[in-house]
Design a protein around this ligand. Structure first.
Ligand SMILES: NC(=O)C1=CN([C@@H]2O[C@H](COP(=O)(O)OP(=O)(O)OC[C@H]3O[C@@H](n4cnc5c(N)ncnc54)[C@H](OP(=O)(O)O)[C@@H]3O)[C@@H](O)[C@H]2O)C=CC1
Ligand SMILES: Cc1cn([C@H]2C[C@H](O)[C@@H](COP(=O)(O)OP(=O)(O)O[C@H]3O[C@@H](C)C(=O)[C@@H](O)[C@H]3O)O2)c(=O)[nH]c1=O
Ligand SMILES: [Mg+2]
Length: 283
């Protein structure tokens, strides 16, 4: 029994590669710019399940490349989901908090109305709907603020900047749950197995690290855990202009994921500890 994983170099894909029975395919074997080729690969491989961990994740760049982002994040997952539905196998797709507009203070439930603020979020929303429309056994797992020892992420950025500077200004009005790529990979793997046993669990779910915090709080915790001296000053998002607007409220209500799959929110302080150990940046 093989779980076919789209993605090889990405944060979550690298963690999936470490798990049992996974076969990760990179851009050379499956370019998401060609959705039909992704579908043909699934049909040829006939895996027991498919997890899509590949995506266009450059939030700001997507503003000027929305067509490309929409093929990769929208059309390709749709083609994968249809190929899985044809084979009668589960499809696990990863989505994002950036499908929400980010107003209010309440954690978003899976059924809450979406309203992406930028091109990346819109392209991911297209993917979600295409996966549902395929009509097969599926889970869409929305996560947020992904961090790991590999690739581009906020922890790596802070370690680099924190070593160079005595002080940083970090946005404090965006609130969400930092989530370890390792924990997301484990959740996707477990969900694929549970969907195979019980297709009735199909649906959209949330999974983010606990507790919710601001990027500024998270930066302070990174410096504290790494033993770096760098003062973090809270700023509003309006003082950190970016091409794409980010949601202010990225809190995800993960209770259905816990209830249906028995998977609870991972403690991000523990995630931070294992990431810094892997990087060799613990104090
Ligand atoms: N990063 C984050 O903070 C968040 C991510 N997510 C979602 O989680 C999932 C995993 O994200 P993450 O691991 O961080 O992603 P990364 O940005 O670390 O990696 C993206 C992966 O997608 C691959 N990819 C991009 N374009 C293509 C393409 N045209 N064909 C084939 N492969 C491609 C990349 O391959 P290559 O190296 O060849 O470019 C890489 O393996 C995604 O669905 C993302 O939207 C959700 C919330 C937060
Ligand atoms: C480097 C830096 C960033 N920031 C802010 C900008 C931003 O609001 C926040 C995080 O920066 P990032 O560039 O990591 O954010 P971003 O790339 O938008 O992260 C997002 O990626 C996509 C793929 C997702 O799906 C989301 O869940 C989310 O993780 O920190 C500062 O305030 N000061 C700084 O010095
Ligand atoms: Mg493996």
């Amino acid at each position: 029994m093989t779980i076919l994983v789209f993605g090889e170099t990405g944060q979550v894909a690298r963690e999936l590669a470490r798990l049992d029975n996974t076969k990760c395919v990179g851009r050379d074997a499956a370019d998401l710019v060609q959705p039909d080729a992704c579908a043909r690969l699934i049909a040829a491989e006939k895996p027991a399940a498919v997890i899509n961990a590949a995506a266009y994740t450059a939030v700001d760049k997507a503003e000027t490349e929305e067509d490309l982002a929409t093929v990769i994040n929208g059309e390709a997952p749709g083609a994968m989901a249809r190929a899985c539905a044809d084979l009668g196998i589960p499809f696990v797709h990863i989505s994002t908090d950036y499908v929400f507009a980010g107003d209010g203070q309440q954690p978003w439930t899976p059924d809450d109305p979406t309203g992406p603020l930028g091109a990346y979020g819109r392209s991911k929303l297209v993917g979600e709907q295409a996966v549902r429309d395929a009509g097969g056994v599926h889970a869409i797992l929305r996560t947020s603020w992904v961090v790991s020892a590999h690739g581009n992420n906020f922890v790596k950025t802070m370690l680099r900047l924190g070593a160079e500077r005595d002080a940083l200004t970090i946005v404090a009005d965006q609130i969400g749950g930092p989530t370890g790529a390792r924990e997301i990979a484990a959740a996707c793997h477990a969900i694929a197995g549970q969907l195979a046993a019980d297709p009735g669990k199909s649906g959209t779910y949330h999974f983010s690290g606990d507790p919710d915090c601001s990027w500024a709080d998270f930066a302070r915790a990174i410096f504290e855990t790494a033993g770096l001296t760098c003062t973090v000053t809270d700023i509003p998002s309006s003082d950190y202009p970016t091409p794409a607007a980010r949601p202010l409220n990225s809190r995800l209500d993960c209770s259905e994921t816990e209830r249906r799959f028995g998977i609870s929110r991972p403690d991000w302080k523990a995630t931070l500890t294992h990431i810094l150990k892997d990087i060799g940046a613990s104090k």
